[in-house]
Design a protein around this ligand. Structure first.
Ligand code: TRP
Length: 448
């Protein structure tokens, strides 16, 4: 199977471990033990991979500034897949992060041809109300915004465009001579969405995590590259010293860096034509640092970032990301906003949702007799997935259900009825909370 992560095409990735090798995504297994109270998606391995999440984890545990940011394209109805991103944003906000949620109306307009008016109503009705209903709080430093109205982000997008050229984005996204320019602009808008929480107006450089489905990884990789390209210096750990390469730094900036490093007293500082080395750094080899002490590499990088900012540059830290598994659609294949039978929308009539569950594809066998004999296959069941992803936080219950199904004691009819009921209750509650959220839109600066 050819593995291609394509943010706008239908992606089906069967084997997530391939992502680790082919794309350089790291396994979340290495992070999980370091979290005291992981989100259930983490504990249940629904979040399976990450880039650079260590940076966010450290900030979170040290109570230093960090942010979470993700976006939603208002092109259809929000379903349980989108809810995962919402919950991941909200959880990080509850851990003390600044939260940013973009309604990607520029992208929906450019790529899908959705009118601005439609973007507006879909953005509010499908995404913003549910975000608020699930617990997004109007804290200082947190923002829900429409891309088209965020000029700080848009100005940054223009600036980032200087660092990305046509051949490069074509190779990543398959653009051709036919691709229109607004589509390309929407790619820069997304990179700017991701980086703008680090602008001075939003508190300056800090670790930012982007929770997304794995199909969005090309955006993340490009944005991490762009963040790097906007830097004046590259700060790296070499064997037993730290190298500060002035990749785009002026002579004056090099001199300031030398001075700042000398004053900070991390070790012996020596400046060359295009780089500075800091040797004899205390603890430099002990780089897998503890939570409470910042390692020298990070400390020096922060010092250099501060300097870059003083000289009018951005000093971006490469954004981190976490990736969750896709839910299987109720009809098999990927869950998709454009296929109503494949998903349950957050605004779905609860009874209709129950009916969709009753019609869904399960891991059951051809006949009742066969199922009793062979048992069901929960790993192939879209209903069981709903339980694991959303409807049961109880590991013991899940294990029991799994065992009952496999042993042929639990039949699909009963199971579906159970899940249908749970979904109906869930949707009723959520939809009530959405009603209450309508009153609260002004708290988020959203005019209805
Ligand atoms: N491109 C995303 C989608 O198709 C939406 C999006 C816009 C986004 N800006 C973002 C996602 C920033 C993550 C971060 O759904």
């Amino acid at each position: 199977m050819e593995l291609k992560l394509d943010p706008w095409g239908a992606v089906h990735v069967d084997d997530y471990t391939k992502l680790f090798e082919v794309f350089g995504i790291s396994s979340f297994d290495e992070i999980l033990p370091k979290l005291e109270e992981p989100h259930p998606y983490m504990a249940h391995k629904i979040i399976f991979g990450h880039r650079n999440y260590d940076s966010v984890l450290r900030a979170m545990q040290r109570h230093e500034p960090f942010a979470v940011m993700s976006g939603f394209m208002p092109s259809g109805r929000a379903h349980f897949g989108h809810m995962m991103v919402m919950n991941e944003i909200i959880w990080h906000q509850q851990q003390g992060g600044d939260a940013f949620a973009a309604i990607a109306d520029m992208e929906a307009h450019a790529v899908r041809g959705i009118s601005w008016a439609k973007c507006r109503t879909l953005g509010i009705n499908e995404y913003i109300l549910s975000l608020i209903a699930f617990g997004f709080e109007p804290k200082d430093g947190s923002h829900i915004y429409f891309q088209s109205e965020n000029y700080k982000m848009r100005n940054l997008a223009f600036e980032l465009g200087r660092e990305a050229n046509f051949s490069e984005v074509s190779a990543i996204y398959g653009f051709s001579g036919e691709t229109h320019i607004s589509h390309m602009e929407s790619v820069m808008a997304q990179s700017a969405d991701i980086l703008h929480p680090q602008l001075e107006e939003f508190g300056g450089p800090k670790p930012v995590v982007i929770p997304v489905g794995a199909d969005q990884d090309p955006h993340i990789k490009l944005t991490r590259d762009l963040a790097y390209r906007m830097r004046m210096f590259l700060v790296e750990q070499r064997k037993d010293y730290i190298s500060i390469r002035g990749k785009a730094a002026s002579k004056e900036l090099m001199q300031s860096a030398e001075l700042a490093l000398k004053n900070a007293g991390y070790g012996k500082v020596k400046r060359y034509e295009e780089h500075i080395d800091v040797t004899d750094v205390t603890n430099v080899l002990n780089i897998d640092d503890t939570i409470n002490s910042r390692n020298p590499l990070e400390s020096i990088d922060r010092l250099i970032i501060k300097l870059e900012i003083e000289h009018g540059h951005y000093g971006f830290i490469p954004p981190a990301s976490i990736y969750h598994r896709f839910m299987t659609g109720l009809t098999g294949g990927k869950m998709s906003s454009s296929k109503p039978e494949s998903h349950i929308a957050l605004t779905e009539d609860p009874q209709e949702a129950g009916k969709k569950i009753m019609r869904a594809i399960t891991g059951g066998r051809q006949s009742l007799a066969e199922q009793k004999k062979l048992g069901g296959e929960p790993e192939k069941c879209s209903i069981y997935e709903f339980l694991v992803f959303h409807l049961s936080q109880d590991d013991k219950e899940l294990l029991e259900l799994d065992a009952e199904c496999r042993s042929g004691r639990r039949m699909c009819g009963t199971c579906k009825k159970d899940v249908a009921e749970r979904i109906e209750i869930f949707l009723r509650e959520h939809q009530q909370a959405r009603e209450a959220a309508k009153e609260r839109l002004p708290e988020f600066g959203i005019k209805n």
